[in-house]
Design a protein around this ligand. Sequence first.
Ligand code: GLY
Length: 400
Amino acid sequence: MNFIITMITWGMSLMSSSYTNNTEPIETVIYRGLDRSVSQTIQMAKKLENEVDKLPRTIENGKLKTINCFCWCSGFFPGELWYLCEYTRNPQIKKYAKLYTARLEKVQYVTGHHDVGFMLYCSYGNGFRLTANKKYKKILEQGARSLSTRYNPTIKAIRSWDFGSWQFPVIIDNMMNLELLTWAGKETGDKTFYNIATDHANTTMNNHFREDYSSYHVVSYDTITGLAERKQTFQGSADESAWARGQAWALYGYTMMARETGDKSYLEQAKKVASFVMDHPNMPVDKVPYWDFDAPEIPNTPRDASSAAIMASALIELSQIDKSADSDKYLSYAKEQIRSLTSPNYLAEEGTNCNFILKHSTGHFRGNSEIDVPICYADYYYIEALMRLYKLLGLNNEDK
Ligand code: GLY
């Protein structure tokens, strides 16, 4: 009951107030977001420095909840450190980036689920991009081989999960694992990785989307015929609803595949998904979505800041790939999301929030898990979006 009253009060205050200062120069917003990310992330890194194998995930019962490397979220914190290392060139942050990345070494052999792409590409992928460390490259290549074992040539997709009663479940989130494969295709010259990624993206494009370009969360395939057998949700409000983070993964996934392949069909798909989310009547005025666009409790239900951060990062990239008149629209929308996330409504004060950066994300509402809390992947995509803007606008931390 208390939770519902809190949600209503908080939701109403966001609906009615003017919560971002749209006259503040975007550069100031970007520096505030990145500098707060630096101070919070250094504190978090110090806190877990001597806790062998631990990585931060969220807050549970008022306390920091950590995970080990085998959780799907393990790569986000090392990835944050690499982006902040890029921003600051601070040797202390680099030391932490290496330390926390090394905690994921065993992930390269994981074949029991699809999340290896998230885990390794955010951590070792960013580390390799910035250091060209040969050990990181070998680990990423092994990770790509492990992920590829989950590809089914009849279905032409990568299997997401091994639990549940589905024959061959594929979730929209799985689009995010493909960047590890396109990277491995380029680095090794082995086209198999690239072909698996494009097959998966094509199969998902054919089966996951409704006429309005919203995405189902889970599509299960018949392993004999290769055809879709069930279309459902796992984390959304209902099978036919548009779970916010699923839409964000779809937008990011097809934008990334358009960049990686130059294929116009992926670009068109990303643009259609962008229209669905940007024009949705249930998108709040601050452009931070509720956890599901069709949640029956709207407006008295939690937001998901992680979806806004993922969307913003994707839209910044989409604005650079798309050469049409829509390009400016994507960039403006992403900047508005970043303004909202960098306002006191979402950005944690220094030293609060157990040293996570953003407040108000929702992991699994229906599972009664991670509701209206900070979550590491919200922080990762927020920093990524800030860094994309930082580079796009030609900013330089040393000149500020
Ligand atoms: N991939 C799991 C999630 O987005 O919650």
